[in-house]
Design a protein around this ligand. Structure first.
Ligand code: SIN
Length: 480
């Protein structure tokens, strides 16, 4: 008797998960996510674009060089070469999926420049709304794809292990009902960990739930200590804060201190466009001395076309970026670490895969280059989907056992954990504070999976005793 073909289960509805689901055709895919309507991914909020060496005189080798420099050469060089070589084809594929990239009057792609890039190589769609444009286009493709069955409003809480392989996932819906799904393979495309911090550019769902599930099941992590802090989010009340894209500084916006003096003066040759970690630390310090501001009033051109997302977010908070300086704070933005994978997204646990920000394949090193994240999510998703279509196996028989992530921290305890991580594991770190925070999380590890994940993050941060990339150990000296 022929056994039914189990689906590939993809958890996460950002661009990495959707690209993997589409590329897995014709294998059946179940695409699951927490938000009932599939919204809520970090991809949809991404204001940066996609880096690709498409300009005259530019090339994959130059893009790779800049990626390695940003990553403090902690990157896996082969992974970087793959990503940069895949970038132009990734942009073409996205255009074929219906993404309307911004073009000049002659029809050629407009190429922007961002911090850390030695050439104009960033493509955007809808100005600062590239992430949302990608999500819209891929979502339409997913909904039209007969091999993908999409379901929102479910949380993946356990993995089925059978004969040493991940063979299924158990999900719980918003009304507490469980479903056990046998899977030919499970893909974690659950995003990063920014929502574990008091201040973040990430949506609430980017809380490391997928990473915590993988760790509970015994998958190996990699580079957990490397978190990128973005220097310019709007300093207003709230947890997830609106980002003020780096492209604003590329277009003439200036960083100011409380006295209205240039914030980066004399600190770095690149001034306001110094590497993200350097600017983030300066803004962090300035906030302790009275505050920091981004003056975007010199930005020329039509804000509705160039920066519609920033404009709308500022106006919603009663601030007009065209007329007044904006209060800013650094925010947790991107996790370079994650579930350790190879370039095909395989984790150390057979049957379990990870892609996008949830994964760490070494491509970003100790600090991600601007506009390499959507690129990696799409290129990695497509690569993983194609591999799974060719290799996903019929599951082995037998009973297996369920490995649970465990109960969540009571919601009223989350703000304290977020403050703890913000102060001990933020843009500026120091040995004693890391140790104290780690001890607190270790003592409270039974209180919820977020505590155990925080403990694992803090452990990695303690073990890396020297500053590197986004990891700044003030007690050992941080660059500029
Ligand atoms: C930004 O637009 O400043 C963020 C882009 C990115 O994180 O790559």
């Amino acid at each position: 008797m022929r056994r039914a073909r189990h689906p590939i289960v993809v958890i996460g509805s950002g661009v990495a998960g959707m690209a993997a689901a589409l590329a897995a055709a014709p294998a059946p895919v179940r695409l699951l996510c927490r938000a009932p309507d599939g919204s809520g991914s970090a991809s949809a909020l991404a204001q940066g674009g996609i880096a690709a060496a498409l300009g005259e005189g530019d090339g994959a080798a130059a893009h790779a060089h800049d990626t390695l420099e940003a990553g403090a050469r902690h990157n896996d060089a082969a992974a970087v070469r793959w990503l940069c070589e895949a970038a132009p084809a990734t942009v073409s594929w996205l255009a074929a999926q219906g993404v309307a990239f911004d073009r000049a009057a002659d029809g050629r792609l407009q190429l922007g420049r961002e911090g850390g890039h030695g050439a104009r190589r960033i493509v955007h769609a809808g100005g600062d709304a590239t992430g949302a444009a990608l999500v819209r286009a891929l979502r339409a493709r997913v909904e039209a794809a007969s091999h993908v069955q999409w379901r929102g409003g479910v949380d993946a809480e356990a993995l089925l292990l059978r004969d040493g392989r991940v063979a299924g996932v158990r999900v719980r819906d918003t009304r507490g009902r469980c479903e056990e799904i046998e899977a030919a393979a499970v893909v974690l495309a659950t995003g990063g960990i920014g929502a574990l911090y008091a201040h973040t550019s990430n949506p609430p769902g980017a809380d490391g739930a997928g990473l915590a599930l993988a760790l509970a099941a015994g998958a190996a992590p990699r580079d957990l200590e490397f978190v990128q802090f973005h220097p310019t989010a709007l300093a207003v009340n709230g947890h997830g804060l609106p980002l003020l894209t780096e492209a604003l500084r590329g277009a003439g916006a200036r960083l100011l201190d409380a006295a209205g003096a240039p914030l980066m003066h004399g600190l770095h040759p690149l001034g306001d466009l110094a590497p993200r970690d350097v600017v983030a630390r300066r803004v962090w310090q300035a906030r302790q001395q009275g505050g920091a501001w981004l003056d975007a009033t010199p930005v020329a051109g039509d804000w509705q076309v160039r920066f519609p997302t920033v404009l709308a977010a500022c106006l919603a908070h009663g601030l007009d970026p065209r007329r007044e300086p904006l209060p800013i704070t650094p925010v947790a933005h991107f996790h370079m670490g994650g579930v350790a994978t190879d370039l095909d997204g395989r984790s150390s646990l057979p049957g379990l895969h990870a892609v996008g920000e949830a994964a760490c394949n070494g491509v970003h090193g100790a600090n991600r280059l601007a506009s390499n994240s959507l690129l990696e999510a799409v290129a990695g998703g497509r690569r993983l989907g194609a591999v799974l279509a060719a290799t996903a196996r019929l599951p082995a028989g037998g009973t297996g056992r369920w490995i649970e992530r465990g109960a969540a921290l009571p919601p009223e305890n989350l703000p304290a954990l977020r403050e703890l991580l913000w102060h001990a594991a933020g843009p500026v770190r120091e040995g004693a504070a890391l140790h104290d925070a780690w001890r607190m999380c270790a003592a409270a590890a039974g209180a919820g999976w977020q505590m155990r994940l925080a403990k694992a993050l803090l452990c990695a941060m303690r073990l890396r005793t020297r500053s590197l990339g986004g990891h700044c150990r003030e007690d050992r000296g941080c660059p500029a």
